[in-house]
Design a protein around this ligand. Structure first.
Ligand code: SF4
Ligand code: F3S
Length: 106
């Protein structure tokens, strides 16, 4: 499965959702999660993300590792999202800021 990781937090550009053939994205307040039960590993979403936040589960760094469980958990609680929406106004200022996990809103 592919996993949304740290740099999505507070960036939430949503470009990723437009290309997913199986509508595997779910929307929280400031982060998206991929449902691992839906993802077919097509990798189409990876180059779409301006924050380069999407990685294959086998390629996660140690810092990104917690996001495997976070995606699996939060996709169950959040609504599906299939259309691109406007990002937060300050999204660009958060792009590249490290260690945003404490800022992830549930
Ligand atoms: Fe959707 Fe493909 Fe990305 Fe999985 S890898 S979330 S199926 S676009
Ligand atoms: Fe997040 Fe990138 Fe999608 S910032 S919402 S994974 S386009």
């Amino acid at each position: 499965t592919f996993v949304v990781t740290d740099n999505c937090v507070k960036c939430k550009y949503t470009d990723c959702v437009a290309v997913c053939p199986v509508d595997a994205f779910f929307e929280g307040p400031n982060f998206l999660a991929i449902d691992p039960a839906l993802c077919i590993d097509c990798a189409l979403c990876v180059p779409e993300c301006p924050a380069e936040a999407i990685f294959q589960d086998t390629q996660l760094t140690e810092e990104q590792q917690p996001y495997l469980a976070i995606n699996a958990e939060l996709c169950q609680q959040w609504p599906n999202i299939t259309e691109v929406i406007a990002p937060p106004e300050d999204a660009d200022s958060w792009n590249g800021v490290p260690d945003k996990l404490p800022l992830l809103e549930r």
